[in-house]
Design a protein around this ligand. Structure first.
Ligand SMILES: [Fe+2]
Ligand SMILES: [Fe+2]
Ligand SMILES: [Fe+2]
Length: 409
């Protein structure tokens, strides 16, 4: 599949931005600052690119807004290592992005500790650069207006440089702090982080990055990485996407789906709930029924899924399949209110797989159902016309196998 790795990383950064709820574009600002500081130090081009992408990806271990808040509220937080380890783990399992794993692992470790570790010098340099850029972003946050960067940051920057200087040698490498102090004198360094200019900066970077032809295995590995970030968002969605994908892939085979499309279909299944990263944790974890506003908030997730996936897979059915998993054959689903005639077999399969997996998993408002009860519920939804009854029938014929895929291993 022809895929633009730059778009993939930008999309991942954008979904991670959702976790910040109102503290958005953190990853992009960190990328800009890391690259600018590295440029000031005359690092070679490949190292600048590496610093940029490491900045974009550094917080891929953060799925919950509560954790995001801890990381952005204070300069140092003793629980910070958890997301470094999680991020490292995700990246190690994703071959196309594995090279960023060590930097993500060490991006909250003080220089005084890092300098004496037995690690390649390059890893230490990059990890500490990301730590520095990340912490500068926390320090500048009170002076940022999310809509535009105004003069507040220009007034505050000298104080900010002084604060960072106090940590030179302790948190940050002195050479990096000096380079930061020198770029910080330039208004352009700060003003480039205005959201409009930041997007342009990313877009230009895209032009510089080659589009590569990734094999299915690599695309699936990337999709699994995204899926793990989404599934970690709530204890109640633990492995939901990953298991829906297993059920959906098998059901797609049973339904004689187009064999050429099966990997694409699995990608759609892995990513169907990616828009959920935008839903506040409290709503996903709420033990009781949701009120109207909360339901509205949840129901936007499939449209957000559509928009995110359109950026990564613009010429494929993946965004549409993934986004339509809450459509139904009565035309009362969301977000497009498609009628039965507009819902293809793959989408029908994904909807059944999603319901099957969700029913077999604990939710805050009910316990998990056994396979027999899952079958009854699917059948009822098929009878009501909400799910395709032929696909439901296939699922019932293979219920034990599918239930196993939905719940075990
Ligand atoms: Fe972090
Ligand atoms: Fe969903
Ligand atoms: Fe789902």
């Amino acid at each position: 599949m022809k895929i633009d790795p730059h778009r993939v990383i930008c999309a991942l950064t954008s979904v991670l931005d959702f976790v910040g709820i109102d503290e958005v574009q953190h990853g992009k600002r960190v990328a800009w600052m890391a690259e600018s500081i590295a440029r000031e130090l005359d690092w070679p081009d490949e190292e600048l690119g590496f610093a940029f992408y490491a900045g974009m990806l550094h917080d891929c271990g953060v799925s919950r807004a509560s954790e995001h808040r801890k990381l952005t509220d204070a300069l140092l937080w003793s629980g910070a290592d958890d997301h470094c380890l999680r991020g490292e783990n995700y990246l190690l399992e994703c071959a196309p992005l594995r090279r960023f794993a060590p930097v993500v692992r060490w991006h909250h470790t003080p220089w005084s500790v890092l300098a004496s570790q037995e690690l390649p010098e390059r890893v230490k340099r990059h990890a500490n650069l990301i730590f520095l850029a990340d912490r500068i972003d926390v320090l500048q946050a009170p002076h940022l207006n999310t809509r535009q960067v105004d003069d507040a940051i220009l007034m505050a920057r000298d104080g900010l440089v002084e604060t960072v200087r106090e940590y030179a040698g302790h948190l940050f490498s002195p050479a990096l702090v000096d380079a930061f102090a020198s770029v910080a004198r330039r208004e352009s360094f700060w003003l480039a982080m205005d959201p409009f200019y930041l997007l342009e900066y990313l877009e230009n970077y895209r032009l510089a990055s080659p589009v590569s032809d990734l094999g299915s295995a690599e695309v699936l590995a990337l999709a699994r990485l995204f899926a793990r970030v989404v599934d970690a968002k709530s204890p109640f969605t633990h492995e939901h996407s990953v298991r829906v994908a297993k059920v959906a892939r098998r059901l797609f085979e049973l339904a004689d789906g187009d064999a050429d499309q099966i990997d694409n279909f699995e990608v759609a299944a892995l990513l169907h709930d990616i828009g959920k990263l935008r839903v506040p944790d409290e709503i996903l974890d709420k033990p009781g029924p949701l009120d109207r506003a909360e339901r509205a908030m949840i129901s936007r997730h499939s449209y957000d899924t559509f928009r995110i996936l359109n950026r990564v897979f613009p010429d494929s059915p993946i965004p549409s399949w993934a986004a339509a998993h809450h459509e139904n054959l009565l035309g009362t689903g969301y977000p497009f209110h498609r009628g039965a005639g507009e819902i293809d077999v793959a989408t029908r399969v994904l909807s059944v797989a999603d319901v099957l997996q969700a029913l077999s998993q604990d939710r805050p408002y009910r316990g998990r159902l056994g396979s027999h009860d899952v079958g009854m519920r699917l059948e009822a939804m098929g009878d009501e016309g909400k799910l395709d009854d032929e696909i439901v029938h296939l699922a019932l014929l293979n219920l034990e196998e599918l239930y196993h895929l939905a719940t075990v291993g």
